[in-house]
Design a protein around this ligand. Structure first.
Ligand SMILES: [Zn+2]
Ligand SMILES: [Zn+2]
Ligand SMILES: [Zn+2]
Length: 323
């Protein structure tokens, strides 16, 4: 997207088919925010986007691309330590003896029983899976309300050392290498919402509203829709609506800050001319320039000038009723 606040037809045409679909889904309120879920193999995944686009390996890069274009806005959602060697996000945390690095360590808890004042290690309280005071033989409250932990430490069975904190490096479950948090890569996960300028939102909003309206009028709608012309060239429209055997309608949406000029009229004429008998509507946001109006009349192109989605749909309804 250029720095300006408008979206030119060239820029609009450059948007790949699927992102348009994604944006329409987003704005239609189905997914007001795309939140990542953590997948140990793939890292951040976006199930809703995969649902819209089909299972896609490139969802993350697509979301980044749309963010760079200003169509999406992202927000930091979380950071995950990632293996610095193979970049896998499938990372676990180990608990090792800080001296000999053995896995064979045991956590020791010193418990005080309030009722009798007895203090002992937790394993001395443990009988048949329950905690019972070895001195006064009272079973301890499972919620821990009648006792407290007065100390926690670890013992290494390999080298017999006692210590307060184990050595806790990360271990990559993919390549098996160990690394500390200082060496780990921190990979960001983002959530996404519809970004962009008010103008971008408006174009997407109009597509979404017109689409819903046509669907409720029993049209089968594709957005964008591709129609092959008699020249053999594929023509792309923001919306292609089909009803019954041969009732076909194509809709293009063009937006300019002040007035839409002649170029979209010429393009629309060329495309529709190649299609033969097919209904077509150009929605100009907010209106056509004077010359563009004259040109549209000359080419007999049906134009809707609309300030917003509601106006566009109301005018389209009137046009379709007349037809
Ligand atoms: Zn690794
Ligand atoms: Zn040890
Ligand atoms: Zn006791």
């Amino acid at each position: 997207m250029s720095a300006g606040s408008k979206i030119t037809p060239e820029e609009k045409a450059k948007l790949p088919e699927d992102p348009r679909k994604l944006l329409v889904e987003l704005l239609s309120g189905k997914y007001p925010e795309l939140r990542p879920v953590f997948d140990p193999v793939k890292g951040c995944r976006y199930p809703e986007v995969e649902e819209v686009l089909g299972d896609s390996e490139e969802v993350s890069s697509l979301l980044e691309k749309l963010t760079a274009e200003g169509l999406l806005a992202r927000k930091l959602f979380g950071k995950h330590p990632t293996c610095p060697h193979c970049h896998s996000p499938n990372v676990g945390t180990l608990a090792l003896c800080p001296r000999c690095k053995s896995y064979d360590i045991e956590k020791k808890i010193l418990l005080e029983h309030f009722k009798c004042g007895h203090i002992d290690t937790e394993d001395r309280y443990r009988t048949e899976g329950k905690l019972v005071c070895p001195k006064c033989k009272t079973p301890l409250d499972p919620a821990g309300k009648d006792s407290r932990k007065v100390g926690i430490w670890f013992v290494c069975h390999a080298c017999k050392r006692k210590f307060d904190e184990p050595y806790s490096p990360h271990q990559c479950r993919s390549c098996g290498r160990q690394f500390t948090i200082r060496d780990a890569e921190l990979k960001e996960c983002y959530s996404y919402t519809l970004g962009g300028t008010a103008e971008v939102r408006k174009v997407v909003g109009v597509i979404s509203s017109v689409r819903s309206f046509l669907e409720s009028s029993n049209y089968k709608v594709e957005s964008p829709g591709i129609v092959k012309g008699s020249s053999g060239v594929d023509h792309r429209f923001d919306i292609l609506a089909v009803r019954g055997e041969n009732e076909k309608l194509v809709v293009e949406i063009v937006q300019e800050k002040e007035t839409v000029g002649e170029q979209p009229i010429i393009t629309m004429f060329a495309k529709v001319y190649d299609l033969g008998r097919i209904s077509s509507v150009l929605i100009a946001l907010p209106r056509l320039s004077h010359t563009a109006s004259q040109l549209a009349a000359m080419y007999k192109i049906t134009v809707i000038e609309a300030g917003d989605s509601e106006e566009a749909v109301t005018k389209l309804k009137t046009i379709l009723q007349k037809a």
